[in-house]
Write a new protein. Sequence first.
Length: 205
Amino acid sequence: MTFAPHLAWIALATALWCALHSLLITHAARRLVRRLFPRWHVFDRLVYVGVSTASLALLAVWVRSQPAVTLWDWPGWWGIVRWLGLAEAGVLFWLGSRAYDGRAFLGLRQAADWAAGREPRPAPFRTEGILGVIRHPWYTATLVVLVFCLPVTDVNLVWRAVLAVYTVVGTELEERKLLRDVGPAYAAYRARVPRFLPLPFRRRS
């Protein structure tokens, strides 16, 4: 595979999106929003999700317009492996949606609290369901999707690699944030439950 110039631009654009996605959710960014928009800061999560989704869609449209060379198209029995992997990812996304507070994740609960004149409630720390097996089911599912989502081309191999690295690094950054926010309860949870993959022989207390 020849590394054409447009592949470097794809890697850079994807990395910039990842950096923006991570930067906008930091404590510093949220404090700035509170200071600049004291009345409207409760909508920060809703705006964050909207901006992240729209910018990712624009990036995907641009990447899709770039010339690509197919490297691997999951021939024969590999196609079954691919669909089994995607099915696994789907199950993990579904189990995660049952464990997480989806309305709070999207920012809808915070907006509803504001509309009702209530102080927005922080999302509860949960460890039930799939969260008692692995700490990050959605990130595990994301990594699985990045492996199996499409026939492999030189173009999507680049953005798959960047997004995979970002998912792993972003998970570590999120865990540090959770340790600050939740404290000893999260430290104990992290010691008890694996991050991405269940460990069948690990003792659970």
